[in-house]
Design a protein around this ligand. Structure first.
Ligand SMILES: Cc1cc2nc3c(=O)[nH]c(=O)nc-3n(C[C@H](O)[C@H](O)[C@H](O)COP(=O)(O)OP(=O)(O)OC[C@H]3O[C@@H](n4cnc5c(N)ncnc54)[C@H](O)[C@@H]3O)c2cc1C
Length: 273
């Protein structure tokens, strides 16, 4: 058993804490503000595999993980496996998508499956994906870890490390020092800054992401629609989550011509990170 201090209470830090506590390590997680207060709270919760085999393997591990943390945390993370469409707007795109595998729907089948889809769509690949609600997922991971005696400390930043001869002995916080055999830096875009406190240089840079929650009015979208620069995902509460909506509004979009998302936004809520 090791004493491990995890720095960062986003999805990565909480997932690491959950797993290490399952393996009976003595875990303390430090979160500067609140759990899931940054990217992990703003995310859409999309779990959509790319064509990489490791992505599909990763997605296949989710049902077991979700079952375990929902049981140990007594929380529901709203995990759903769904079907989505990846449409092609040009014959080049159609050829590339066809090579990726999955069931191909021609234009007529696409419109039958999703009457709201743009008439510009030549066809689409039907793919399986999943989604969950990120803030619940992060809190459930933390609660499951806490149920196995991990200590979750919100409002507690890591401010330094005690290191001698390349070995870590402790992590400093304003509330005092914690003894540690290992430290895991999971501070998202702040990881470089945190690692520099241990005189380690790691090349982690932030990448901006934006979401808009749209009210689709009378339009019905049954499946998620993915395209090169974004996606539309219907959520259980009736809203449609649009990724990179600002970009999508000015480019080809899977929304019907003349009825682009911008025109339909009633009470749109934007999430940015
Ligand atoms: C709008 C948007 C939509 C997205 N949608 C998706 C999606 O649908 N699917 C998907 O897979 N990904 C999505 N992402 C990406 C995903 O959210 C991130 O990759 C993921 O949340 C990163 O998690 P993290 O734990 O590494 O970082 P973060 O969530 O940023 O967590 C890092 C934590 O470290 C804390 N911290 C920083 N410094 C210290 C310190 N010194 N001491 C203690 N704590 C510290 C911060 O307060 C923060 O809480 C989206 C991102 C955005 C912004």
């Amino acid at each position: 058993m090791s004493r491990v201090v995890v720095v960062g209470g986003g999805v990565i830090g909480c997932a690491v804490a959950e797993r290490l506590s399952l393996e009976k390590h003595q875990v303390t997680l430090l979160e500067r503000d609140q759990l899931a207060c940054r990217a992990s709270g703003a995310a859409a919760g999309e779990l959509s595999p790319s064509s990489l085999a490791s992505d599909s393997e990763s997605l296949a591990m989710f049902p077991e993980l979700v079952a375990r943390i929902e049981k140990d945390s007594a929380m529901n993370v709203e995990f759903r496996v769904q079907q989505g469409l990846k449409p092609a707007f040009t014959s080049d795109e159609a050829r590339t998508l066809n090579r990726e595998g999955g069931r191909w729907l021609d234009a007529a089948e696409c419109r039958k499956a999703e009457p709201a889809i743009s008439t510009d769509v030549l066809g689409a690949v039907l793919l399986e994906h999943a989604h969950l609600t990120p803030p619940q997922f992060v809190r459930a991971l933390a609660r499951a870890a806490a149920a196995r005696r991990a200590e979750i400390c919100e409002g507690t930043p890591a401010t330094g490390f005690d290191i001698t001869r390349d070995e870590i002995h402790g992590v400093r916080t304003p509330a005092g020092n914690l003894a540690a055999d290992w430290a895991v830096i999971a501070a998202g875009p702040w990881s470089r800054e945190v690692a520099s406190l241990a005189s380690v240089d790691i090349d982690v840079r932030p990448q901006r992401g934006q979401l808009a929650a749209l009210d689709p009015g009378s339009l019905v979208l049954k499946r998620s629609i993915f395209w090169s620069n974004g996606y539309l995902v219907p959520k259980g509460d009736g809203t449609v989550i649009a990724r990179d909506a600002a970009r999508a509004r000015s480019q080809t979009c899977a929304w019907p011509r003349g009825r682009k998302p911008a025109a339909r936004v009633g009470g749109a809520a934007a999430r940015d990170g």
